[in-house]
Design a protein around this ligand. Structure first.
Ligand SMILES: Nc1ncnc2c1ncn2[C@@H]1O[C@H](COP(=O)(O)OP(=O)(O)OP(=O)(O)O)[C@@H](O)[C@H]1O
Ligand SMILES: [Mg+2]
Length: 355
């Protein structure tokens, strides 16, 4: 799967653009504030229904306009998708017909990003790591989305019941669904992480000649079932009005060179480790789904020395994914066979003519 054409209207500084993309590599070159990250953001938005910069959708609409439209044509048989965000809300179209949920975008266009803030995946709280994990589980374990939704709905209802101080027998009404769906979510995550392990190994060796591992913490103690953990936590849940045990509290501990990454690595190393996690996921995606995903790499040179940058680019280029890479100057990222080069200036995109 690759994006063959990308159309953008009124998204941040890009008023109007059409990019005819290379299925292998696309280099986006321009000065500061020219619109490079914005171009990557449009692809991320098409594949996630949100920005990776945390900007709410309304903030992405170009100043003094009312809506933005993004459209992508994909290689056959993956069709095309579009999204419009404006005062009337969000409209998603898949193959020209209206789609009802964001998940249809996510499943049609698998996109991951390595951007200058990616070290947060290692450094910050568990929510980002859960979201990293679940992107992969969603794309590889077929039943995950439905199971997760069942779990989340039961969890929200139980938490609402706890906030309303309902009696224990009423709170217990949600237990069966919560426990069955929660155990299933957990099993799908474990199965995914098992498949990911050899790819993490390869990424670790390729990027820093050291081991890279994710140790799973499922969100309740290993020695008890979810039912037992919920029973043991009931008083605390009741007092604090929220459910403490379950897969919504899961995390992964990232280990690098046999040590906990969070505890002792530099910012540049954090960035390389996080990139390794993402690249391993994309390699696994291709193996499991038989087609490449889209990889966005924003300003890879930021915070990496020349040697680390070269290793990152070399490994990223060895993975079957369609790449979009930004840089201030093309020399920084070199080029690859069949790369398309786009120059960006004040939100205007021009393709470089190939000789
Ligand atoms: N809603 C908006 N409407 C119009 N312009 C916007 C909007 N949001 C952001 N911009 C502008 O878009 C420009 C391009 O931002 P972008 O982050 O894409 O640049 P960049 O090329 O990645 O720069 P850098 O090399 O510094 O990372 C900025 O000047 C920013 O002010
Ligand atoms: Mg940028």
């Amino acid at each position: 799967m690759a994006v063959t054409q990308l159309n953008i209207e009124r998204f941040r500084c890009v008023d109007l653009a059409q990019l005819n993309c290379s299925p292998t590599e696309n280099l986006i070159i321009g000065r500061n504030a020219s619109g490079k990250t914005t171009l990557l953001e449009t692809l991320f938005f098409l594949g996630h229904g949100r920005s990776f910069r945390g900007t709410p959708a309304r903030g992405l609409v170009q100043d003094k306009t009312d809506d933005f439209i993004l459209f992508a044509k994909l290689t056959e048989p993956d069709g095309q998708l579009g999204i419009q965000v404006g005062k009337g809300g969000v409209t998603v179209k898949i193959d020209g017909s209206r789609a009802h949920s964001r998940s249809s975008l996510v499943s049609r266009l698998p996109v991951q990003v390595i951007e200058p803030g990616i070290h947060k995946l290692i450094e910050e709280g568990p929510a980002q790591r859960r979201s990293y994990l679940d992107w992969g589980v969603f794309h590889v374990e077929q039943l995950f989305y439905a199971t997760w939704r069942r779990y989340k709905k039961a969890l929200d209802q139980r938490n609402a019941g706890l906030r309303d101080q309902l009696p224990a027998d009423q709170i217990a009404l949600w237990n069966d669904t919560l426990i069955a769906a929660g155990e299933a979510v957990n099993e799908q995550r474990i199965s995914y992480l098992q498949k990911l392990t050899p790819f993490l190994n390869t990424a670790g060796l390729a990027l820093f000649d050291a081991s890279l591992e994710c140790v799973f913490n499922r969100g309740w103690p290993e020695e008890v079932s979810l039912a037992e953990a919920m029973a043991a936590n009931y008083q605390r849940d009741h007092k604090l009005a929220r459910t403490h045990a379950g897969p919504h509290r899961a995390d992964i501990r990232v280990r690098f060179d046999d040590r906990l990454a969070k505890a002792r690595v530099s910012r540049g190393q954090q960035k390389l480790i996080a990139a390794g996690l993402i690249l391993a996921q994309l390699a696994l995606f291709e193996q499991e789904r038989g087609k490449p995903a889209v990889l966005l790499i924003d300003d890879p040179a930021a915070e990496l020395d020349r040697h680390s940058l070269a290793r990152l680019l070399e490994y990223a280029r060895s993975i079957p994914a369609q790449r979009f890479i930004t840089a201030l100057e093309q020399e920084v990222v070199g080029s690859h066979e069949n790369s398309a080069v786009f120059h960006v200036e004040h939100g205007k995109v021009s393709p470089e003519e190939s000789e």
